[in-house]
Design a protein around this ligand. Structure first.
Ligand code: TAP
Length: 482
């Protein structure tokens, strides 16, 4: 068999215009900080500095919340749903028009392969705005209860793994339901949120309806703790989610928390194996495994374990790891040095605890943050790599004999975000889905996202749902006005 090599196919950076420094987007314009500092955002693939970004101070958070409050009382809460919907449609169309720019910028700042930012992140973000635009004038008929009303000012804090998509998950439903927003993107990936601020200007969105403040943990803390924020929407780690829950306990603030996960991807012996292997690869190596609902624990029926392992390894040998801007890249860079250290530490713990480690041969770039796709076999339930969220391209393989054992093992985690089932028996899928303590269960597929479909967790994966009609419910109140 001849071996075919892929020629380099880099996407051009020319489409993106990155400023050397960025201010905060407050009340419809970019402003300087009052008393805050600055930090640099880098490309994790090359460690090149991309831009200097402002670290919002507590005074800046105050200004942003005040701008959102004024926009809420004077403009946004008085506007008809049909008119709000027009702005959302406009934003969605601009996202589509500027899709290439967003995709390249996302891959530069985050390290994810361009084919994922281009084919998943950006189109799904636009789809969220389109979907919620359609709801803006139909809230009375959404089954949310009588006279659904917005909460007011929403403080939103998002992580670095899907920067633009998480922004869309947060901002689209908030605006559709008549709330105004102050959003803080993650410290390592602020650039697409700042480009989104320009989209708000381009769409003529009234000043103060969306405010974007960059910064690190303390900025997020100041935002969620601000006394004039009516609702908090957070996506991130379980540790920070718990801290936020403690901060707002006893206040009138509403909250949704979308936290970590340790999903089981369960493969039965009657599953279509080639499809299942594709699903396993997509489940854990998509976005370098930086996915809250990643299928990080493979539960495979014992009778086919050897066969699945052999096919999986063969498939992993074909993955191309490298330049995120190359259109042929399957696995990009790890988002930060800190995340790389965490993945490395947990993988070393896996080996030390006795699991067998394997990675395909692949040459990693000399600069930047990289980790080979990794599979651990012989994993037992007590191993740290079976219990803790690694949030990287690392798969832990466990086996089971009966459906009951698969359910018990799948549920043996503090998390409960997602799960996958691979079998040709419909009755088994339904039985399993009923038993699994997970917010989302995929059958014969994995990592499928759609704005119409609610997403969220059980147990330490958080509470509340995003997407679909259920996601709207988190942004309205139907009780007595306070
Ligand atoms: P976190 O460290 O929790 O950070 C999330 C966001 O919170 C970031 O913007 C962060 O700012 C900010 N933050 C940090 N400390 C804070 C505090 N005390 N108060 C308020 N905000 C604070 O998570 P991460 O490492 O970025 O993201 C990975 C985690 O997110 C994983 O556990 C993953 O499972 C989870 N995740 C969950 C979902 C869903 S939908 N359930 C989706 C994606 C990711 P800095 O970035 O500046 O630290």
């Amino acid at each position: 068999m001849p071996t075919f090599e892929y020629a380099p196919a880099p996407e051009s950076r020319a489409v993106v215009d990155i400023a050397s420094s960025y201010g905060l987007f407050i009340n419809g314009e970019f402003t300087d900080s009052q008393g805050g500092g600055t930090f640099k955002t880098i490309s994790p693939a090359t460690e090149e500095v991309l831009a200097e970004v402002t670290e919002a101070s507590a005074e800046d958070v105050d200004r942003a919340v005040a701008a959102a409050r004024t926009a809420y009382t004077r403009v946004w809460s008085r506007m008809s749903g049909a008119d709000r919907g027009k702005y959302l449609f406009r934003i969605a169309r601009i996202l589509q028009e500027r899709a290439r720019e967003f995709a390249v910028l996302e891959s530069l700042d985050n390290g994810k392969p361009i084919k994922e930012s281009r084919d998943v992140d950006v189109p799904t973000a636009a789809a969220h705005f389109f979907y919620h635009a359609g709801w803006a004038d139909k809230l009375d008929y959404a089954g949310l209860g009588p006279d659904p009303r917005p909460h007011g000012v929403v403080g939103q804090v998002i992580p670095w793994n899907f920067p633009l998509l998480m922004l869309a998950w947060k901002i689209a439903p908030a605006l559709a339901t008549g709330n105004t927003v102050v959003l803080k993107p993650a410290e390592t990936t602020p650039l697409t949120a700042l480009l989104f601020a320009q989209v708000c200007q381009q769409a003529d969105l009234p000043a103060g309806v969306v405010n974007i403040i960059t910064g690190a943990g303390p900025t997020g803390q100041a935002l969620v703790g601000h006394e004039d924020v009516d609702k908090v929407a957070f996506t991130g780690s379980t540790g920070v989610g718990k801290a936020i829950a403690r901060t707002i306990a006893g206040t009138r603030k509403k909250a949704t928390l979308e936290l970590g996960g340790k999903a089981a991807n369960i493969v039965f012996d009657d599953a279509p194996l080639d499809q299942a292997v594709e699903g396993i690869v997509n489940g854990i190596f998509f976005n370098q495994g930086h996915v809250c609902c990643a299928g990080s624990r493979l539960l495979v029926q014992e009778s086919i374990a050897d066969q699945v392992e052999a096919r999986l390894k063969r498939r992993l040998e074909t993955l191309r790891v490298g330049d995120p801007l190359d259109k042929n890249t399957d696995v990009g860079a790890i988002n930060s040095r800190a995340q790389l250290d965490r993945i490395t530490e947990l993988s070393e713990a896996g080996e030390a605890e006795g699991a067998t480690r394997w990675s395909p041969e692949c040459e990693l770039p000399s600069k930047g943050f990289w980790f080979r796709p990794t599979v651990f076999t012989g994993v037992s339930q007590t191993h740290r790599i079976a219990q803790e969220e690694i949030f990287g391209p690392v798969l832990s393989v466990l086996t089971f004999r009966t459906p009951g054992e698969a359910v018990a093992k799948a549920n043996n985690t503090p998390y409960g975000l997602s799960a996958g089932i691979w079998t040709e028996k419909g009755s088994r899928i339904l039985w399993m889905a009923d038993q699994l303590r997970a917010g989302v269960v995929w059958a014969n597929t994995f990592n499928k996202f759609d704005p119409t479909s609610p997403f969220g967790g059980y147990k330490e994966s958080g509470y509340g749902r995003e997407g679909g009609r259920h996601g709207l419910a988190a942004y309205v109140t139907t009780g007595d006005a306070t």
